[in-house]
Design a protein around this ligand. Structure first.
Ligand code: UDX
Length: 457
């Protein structure tokens, strides 16, 4: 990477999950970076090298570059508007209250405020997940706001990072996608991403609409894959069979692939659920009502898995009033403290509302869960949650839950009943220790852990 590239000054607008990661990773690549957020508390924390959420590897990167001076934070649009050559927009697009569509308030607000403070030629690059057509609309908004004769280009560069692997996904992505009307502007992003491109990362240059749609399509496909296997769980629960073996067997077909075919309590988080709803809402708005109707089914299959766990709990306990239920996991997935649209927290809340005495434990998600649902009992450890419980439900597949010893925990519970909501425990091992073992999609006549299952985990 030469000096010309490193001389590009980068701003990242919005320092949430996406923005904080992107800012720290851009600094790691050698650029001078300023992260902007309108929340002064967040800026203060980040400037002091404190990350307000759990993400492996990111605190180290943040501290490294706030110390080196390559990364700083501000609340001032005037500061970034007169300084940066490339502005990344990384603010959130949450689901609108009472509506499936995405709330564009933050993207629109950030873009127009930024544009009104720009005093030098630069590029604005959208990273947020947005409904198709947003970039062109923002282009018009930017032109209205620009004062003076600064030339401002607009590109769309969707982000595909997974929580828990955010640094790795940003520094070494599977692919880079950049949409825009100007090849010269796209070439500037080739410079920004030179390290990854030189390491062989495919760089897809396209138009704005395709770039916006790539992100929606990727998330819709992943959600569909999960609901596809979960739909088959409903079948194996009825007729018998083992959903994990079914997933292994179809996953060995290279055209299908095994990843994202883990059946269980389904998908949650800040992205997949709201993104499939926003996509559907946008496509309906375009008059193509039928086109994405299957996503309603994808969403419903997903939510039905949560109901299935609640139903199983009622079936096992008969009367759940006042019975202690231990819930292992509240984060929407392991290696994250995020509880947004978490299937685990949803199930915990449903059981609590039905009268159960719910005790939850999660290695990272407790603080966020407590904020959202303060009335659950928050245990100090998995063992603390399990003690005297009439039913144990595993809903987030953290390693420490996968390795629980059924004999040891069997001595602490009131009743040896467990629901494996993520299909990560061996039924035979738990049953041998006298547990009633229920799972989602497994009713196999074959012993668990048989050699034919060794191909995928
Ligand atoms: C997702 C996309 O993967 C990422 O590319 C995009 O940028 C943002 O949304 P993330 O929300 O971090 O990332 O989580 P992901 O790893 O995709 O998992 C989403 C949910 O699906 C989790 O609740 C997870 O438990 C569930 N899941 C995943 C399954 O139920 N089964 C699977 O096989 C895989």
């Amino acid at each position: 990477m030469g000096e010309v590239i490193l001389s590009l000054k980068i701003s990242v607008i919005g320092t949430g999950y996406l923005g904080a990661t992107h800012a720290a990773c851009m600094a790691e690549l050698g650029f001078e970076v300023v992260g902007l957020d309108t929340n002064p508390k967040k800026i203060e924390q980040l400037a002091a090298g404190v990350l307000p959420f759990h993400e492996p590897g990111l605190p180290e990167l943040l501290r490294k570059h706030t110390s080196s001076g390559r990364l700083r934070f501000t609340t001032s649009y005037a500061e970034v508007g007169s300084w940066a050559d490339v502005h990344f927009i990384a603010v959130g697009t949450p689901q609108k209250a009472g509506d499936h569509a995405a709330d564009m308030t933050y993207v629109d607000g950030a873009t127009s405020t930024l544009a009104s403070h720009i005093t030098k030629d630069c590029l604005i690059v959208g990273k947020s997940t947005v409904p198709v057509g947003t970039a062109r609309r923002l282009g018009a908004l930017i032109n209205e706001q620009i004062e003076g004769d600064a030339k401002v280009g607009l590109l769309w560069n969707p982000e595909f990072l997974r929580e828990g692997y955010a640094v790795e996904d940003t520094l070494r992505p599977d692919r880079l996608v950049v949409g825009g009307d100007s090849t010269a502007a796209i070439d500037v992003l080739r410079q920004v991403y030179a390290t990854a491109i030189n390491a062989g990362t495919p760089f897809i240059a396209t138009d704005l609409e395709t770039a916006e749609l790539v992100k929606s399509a990727a998330n819709a496909f992943l959600a569909t894959k999960i609901s596809f296997i979960n739909a088959f769980s409903e079948v194996t629960e009825q007729v018998g069979g083992d959903i994990r073996v079914l997933a292994d067997a179809i996953g060995l077909d290279n055209r299908i692939g095994r990843r994202f075919l883990n059946a269980g309590v389904g998908f949650g988080g800040g992205c997949l659920p709201k993104d499939i709803r926003a996509l559907q809402a946008r496509i309906s708005e375009l008059g193509l009502d039928r086109t994405m109707r299957f996503l309603t089914e994808v969403d419903e299959i997903n939510l039905r898995r949560r109901d299935r766990v609640v139903h199983l709990a009622h079936e096992i306990l008969e009367d759940i009033q006042g019975r202690k239920i231990a819930i292992l996991g509240v984060a929407f997935k392991p290696h994250s403290d995020d509880v947004r649209d978490s299937p685990a927290l949803d199930v915990a809340a449903q059981l609590f509302n039905a009268g159960a005495d719910v005790s939850v434990y999660d290695p990272e998600g407790m603080a966020n869960a407590r904020l959202r649902f303060p009335r659950l009992n928050y245990a100090t450890s998995a063992i603390d949650a399990l003690r005297d419980s009439a039913l144990t439900i595993l809903l987030t597949e953290w390693d420490e839950f996968k390795t629980l010893d059924p004999s040891e925990v069997g001595q602490m519970v009131e009743s040896k009943s467990i629901i494996d909501g993520r299909n990560v425990l061996r039924a035979d091992v738990w049953q041998d220790e006298g547990w009633r073992f229920e799972s989602l999609g497994r009713k196999s006549v074959y012993p668990d852990g048989a050699p034919f299952r060794s191909v995928c985990s």
